[in-house]
Design a protein around this ligand. Structure first.
Ligand code: TPP
Length: 551
C-alpha cells in the first residue's frame, strides 16, 4: 500500500499525539494543508505571522512537555519563524518545524525563496533534515520527534521539497520512536551525598530541565529531605514553590547585589537542569568564573555545558529529575546549621518580594498591577512574560508554585508574550493564561489576538503602556543619561486597538482602583486586554529613572 507523503506526515503527527499545528500557509506546502483538512485529531491553527506560529508551538510544548509543531512556508516563512527556533534552543524546548522547500529539481539553483536550511538553522536547531526520498518520510518524522524530546530537548527542522509532499511513499509511518534520557549511575548519588554531608550552606540552582510535574516533585522532595534552599534560574520560577521556607529567590536580570551576596555565601552549589548561562550566573560570578568559591556539582543530561566555563568538582551527565528522586530517597543530611542558613535566606526573600516602592506621579505603578494579578489569578494560572522590564515585577512580586506554568523567553525574544498566551489559552482552556507585555512587545506580535478570537482563546493580555522601549531606555540612561535616542514610542490607543479585535478591554489610569480593575479583567470570561498607563519613572522593579540619572 502506498500513501501520499503529505498524508503520511499527518498520520505521523496523529501518532505522536499532536493536537495542534500552528501555521501561516504558503504555496510551498499546499499538499500538507490539504492532508490536514482530513485530520480529526490535529487542529490547524492559522496565525498571522510565522513568529507568532513558532511562539505558539513553543508555549504549547512548555505546557505539555511534548514537541510543539508549526508549519511555515519556504524562504521568508522560515526566516520569520526562526526566532522561535532560537528561543527553543536556548530554553531547551522540544519543537518540530515543518518548512516548505523548492522542488528537488530546482534545489541549488538559487530558486525563488530557496534557502539552504542546514546552513541557516545550523547553529540554532538540534537537527535539520531535508527529505528527498518519499520512502524516508516516515522514519524522518519519527526520528525528528525523538531527537526533539531526547536528552536536552530542542528544535528540529524538517525541510519538505514541494514535489516530495505530493509523491507516494511505499513505507508506512513507523511507531513513535522512544525518547532517550541518560540514566544516573548509583555512584553519582553517593558522590553528591558525600559533598552534601560536609556542607552547612548548600544551595540548589534549578533550571529548565526541572520543568514539569516529575521534575518539580523530585526537586521538592530532595530540597525538603536535605533542607537545601533552592534558587530558581532565569525565567524558571515555577520549578519550585516560591512560598516554601526553602525558596531562595529567582536569579536573572536585575538581581540586586544584596541577593547575590547572600547566595554567594553558599559553601556548596548543586546546579540541576541548568546550563549555568551568563544571565543565571550573574555574568559568571555565581558561581565565580573560572574557579568557583565553593565546590560545584553540575547535573545535566548533556555533557556540553558541564565544565565548559567553570571548574566543576562533580559533573554528572544524567536526567536531573531521576537523580533528585534517588537523592530524596537517601538518608537526610539536614542539620541545625543548615536550617539557620535557610532561615536567613527566607527572611531576605520575604522582605524583597513584599517590598513596596514609592508611588510614581507620572503613571500607574506597574508593580501594583502585578501584585493585584498575583492576588486574583487562579492558583494554576499560566503566566507568560514578554522580554523587557515589565517582567521584572513578576519575578520580584509573584510567588509562583509548580501548579503555575511560567512561559518566559530565556533568550529574551520580544514578541513571545501575546502568542504564548494565545496558545496557552487554546492548549489549556481550563487554566487562566495571563501575559505581561510591554507596549513594544505588544505591537510586535499583538496581531495574534485575532488568532485567539478566531479559535475561542481567552488570554488576559496586560500591557505596560509606558511610551518607551523601557529596557533599552534603562541601559541608555545608565550609559548616556538624558540622551533619549531611538527608544520613545508614540502608541495607538491600545483600548480601541483591542476592541477592534473584539476583546473585552480594561483601562487602568493613575488614580484608578487597580485591584478592582484587575479583578474585573480576570473574572471576564473571554479574551481581555488590560491597557495600563504605566509610569516611565518607575522603569522597573529594581530602579527608577531618577535613580539612574542620579547615578
Ligand atoms: C526581537 C527583539 N528585538 C529587540 C530586542 C531588544 N529589546 C529588549 S527589551 C526591549 C524593550 C522592550 O520594550 P517594551 O516591550 O515596551 O517593554 P518595557 O521594557 O518598556 O517594559 C528591546 C527593544 C529584543 N530583546 N528582542
Amino acid at each position: 500500500m502506498t500513501t501520499r507523503v503529505a498524508d503520511l506526515i499527518v498520520r505521523g503527527l496523529e501518532a505522536h499525539g499532536v493536537n495542534r499545528i500552528y501555521c501561516v500557509p504558503g504555496e510551498s506546502y499546499l499538499a500538507l494543508l490539504d492532508a490536514l483538512h482530513d485530520s480529526n485529531s490535529v487542529e490547524t491553527i492559522v496565525c498571522r505571522h510565522e513568529s507568532g506560529a513558532g511562539f505558539m508551538a513553543l508555549a504549547e510544548a512548555k505546557l505539555t512537555g511534548q514537541p510543539g509543531v508549526f508549519a511555515v512556508t519556504r524562504g521568508p516563512g522560515a526566516t520569520n519563524g526562526s526566532i522561535a527556533i532560537h528561543v527553543a534552543e536556548q530554553d531547551a524546548v522540544p519543537m518540530v518545524m515543518l518548512v516548505g522547500q523548492v522542488s528537488r529539481d530546482e534545489r541549488g539553483r538559487g530558486a525563488f525563496q530557496e534557502i539552504d536550511y542546514t546552513q541557516f538553522f545550523g547553529s540554532m536547531a538540534k537537527a535539520v533534515v531535508e527529505v528527498h526520498d518519499p520512502n524516508k518520510m516516515g522514519e524522518t518524522l519519527a526520528r525528528s520527534f525523538s531527537i526533539a524530546a531526547s536528552g536536552v530537548p530542542g528544535p528540529v527542522v524538517i525541510s519538505l521539497p514541494e514535489d516530495v509532499l505530493s509523491e507516494m511513499s511505499s513505507r508506512p509511518m513507523p511507531q513513535p520512536y522512544p525518547v532517550h534520557r541518560p540514566a544516573a549511575a548509583a555512584a553519582h548519588a553517593e558522590n553528591v551525598l558525600e559533598l552534601l554531608a560536609k556542607s552547612e550552606r548548600p544551595l540548589v540552582m534549578a533550571g529548565a530541565m526541572m520543568r514539569g510535574a516529575r521534575g518539580a516533585a523530585a526537586l521538592k522532595a530532595f530540597a525538603e529531605r536535605h533542607g537545601v534552599p533552592v534558587v530558581a534560574c532565569w525565567k524558571h520560577q515555577d520549578v519550585f514553590d516560591n512560598t516554601s521556607p526553602l525558596y531562595a529567590g529567582h536569579v536573572g536580570f536585575g538581581t540586586p547585589a544584596e541577593h547575590k551576596m547572600m547566595l554567594s555565601q553558599a559553601d556548596l552549589i548543586v546546579a540541576v537542569g541548568t546550563r549555568l548561562g551568563d544571565i543565571t550566573t550573574q555574568n559568571y560570578s555565581l558561581p565565580k568564573l573560572p574557579e568557583p568559591e565553593q565546590p560545584l556539582v553540575h547535573i545535566y543530561p548533556d555533557a556540553t555545558p558541564i565544565g565548559s566555563v567553570f571548574r566543576t568538582d562533580l559533573g554528572i551527565v544524567a536526567d536531573p529529575a531521576e537523580l533528585m528522586e534517588t537523592l530524596a530517597d537517601a538518608g537526610s543530611t539536614d542539620s541545625e546549621a543548615r536550617r539557620g542558613w535557610a532561615g536567613k535566606l527566607t527572611s531576605f526573600i520575604d522582605e524583597f518580594m513584599t517590598f513596596t516602592s514609592p508611588e510614581p506621579e507620572d503613571g500607574v505603578d506597574f508593580g501594583c498591577v502585578v501584585k493585584a494579578l498575583a492576588r486574583h489569578a487562579s492558583e494554576d494560572a499560566v503566566v507568560i512574560t514578554d522580554a523587557g522590564n515589565m517582567s521584572s515585577w513578576v519575578h520580584r512580586h509573584w510567588r509562583m508554585t509548580p501548579r503555575n506554568t511560567m512561559i518566559g523567553g530565556v533568550a529574551g525574544a520580544m514578541g513571545l508574550g501575546v502568542p504564548g498566551a494565545v496558545a496557552a489559552s487554546l492548549a489549556s482552556p481550563d487554566r487562566m493564561a495571563i501575559v505581561v507585555v510591554g507596549d513594544g512587545g505588544a505591537l510586535m506580535t499583538g496581531q495574534e489576538i485575532a488568532t485567539a478570537i478566531q479559535y475561542g482563546g481567552k488570554p488576559k493580555i496586560v500591557i505596560s503602556n509606558n511610551g518607551t522601549y523601557g529596557t533599552i531606555r534603562t541601559h541608555q540612561e545608565k550609559h548616556f543619561p538624558k540622551r533619549i535616542s531611538g527608544t520613545e514610542l508614540t502608541n495607538p490607543d491600545f483600548t480601541a486597538w483591542a476592541k477592534a479585535f473584539g476583546t473585552h478591554t480594561v483601562t487602568i489610569q493613575i488614580g484608578d482602583d487597580v485591584d478592582a480593575k484587575v479583578r474585573e479583567a480576570l473574572v471576564h470570561d473571554g479574551a481581555c486586554v488590560i491597557d495600563v498607563h504605566s509610569s516611565t519613572e518607575a522603569l522597573s522593579a529594581f530602579t527608577t529613572l531618577s535613580k539612574l540619572r542620579g547615578n
